[in-house]
Design a protein around this ligand. Structure first.
Ligand code: ZN
Length: 239
């Protein structure tokens, strides 16, 4: 029988076993490409991570995260890093001379603060940044925004974003009830229980920002949505 690995193009079985499955790695790569397609990122902007849940006796949770300076069209599942959320140290490297995302310490702090968060998507989309450069938060005016981001997205004053204490302040400002935070003059950090949902948060905030800006040209006062005031029927499917 010929010796064909199933995933010939990115066979990880030749290296030490990974804490992340090939499926998890492929999911991160897929959503990196989606952020470019949806014009949430261009060039090497942004980064994505995925929580890898492990017991305390296994060393606690870790995360899978994109490398720094990623060219997404060349990103492959084996190029991702695994970083401990307990210690912040790199547990697995791709051995191609790259470094994990410069915002790795910031992702670590967000996961530590919110045990419910299973994935983080950082984007630098245009309309979110239009609010961010004014230091303004974004009110929820669209259904998707209120369902996925869950409320007004606050804006954190500008500062360099690669340090753990920036991450702690960012996580604190986002708090427990909202799923995104704007970094002034930089971009957005979106979280949710899994990667498809965290990606939807990033999309929803950008679309909401775009519509909110368009409505300003019309004048009038946009109706802001409040999650607590929306009557969602039990078991209703979300959009
Ligand atoms: Zn960035």
């Amino acid at each position: 029988m010929p010796d064909h690995p199933i995933h010939q193009h990115h066979d990880l079985s030749r290296t030490a076993p990974s804490l992340a499955t090939l499926e998890q790695r492929e999911e991160v790569v897929y959503y990196c490409l989606e952020t470019v397609k949806a014009q949430l990122n261009f060039n090497t902007q942004g980064n994505i991570s995925l929580r890898l849940r492990r017991g305390g006796d296994e060393g606690g949770d870790a995360m899978l995260i994109t490398p720094s300076g990623t060219r997404y069209d060349r990103l492959r599942p084996e190029h991702l890093f695994v970083v401990s959320l307990e210690t912040g140290e790199v547990l697995e490297s791709p051995r191609n001379g790259t470094m994990p995302s410069t915002e790795t310490p910031v992702h670590v702090e967000h996961y530590r603060r919110r045990p419910d968060v299973g994935a983080i998507v950082h984007t630098e989309s245009t309309h979110v940044n239009a609010f961010g450069i004014l230091g303004e938060g974004i009110d929820p005016v669209l259904l998707n925004m209120i369902l996925y981001a869950r409320g007004r997205v606050p804006c954190m004053p500008f500062e360099f974003s690669t340090q753990a204490d920036f991450g702690r302040r960012s996580a604190e400002l986002m708090g427990e009830d909202v799923n995104a935070v704007i970094w002034a003059n930089h971009g957005l950090l979106a979280v949710h229980v899994d990667l498809p949902c965290a990606y939807r948060v990033a999309c929803a905030v950008e679309e909401n920002a775009k519509v909110l800006l368009a409505s300003r040209a019309l004048g009038g006062t946009p109706r802001v949505l409040d999650l607590a005031a929306i009557d969602i029927p039990e078991g209703a499917p979300l959009p």
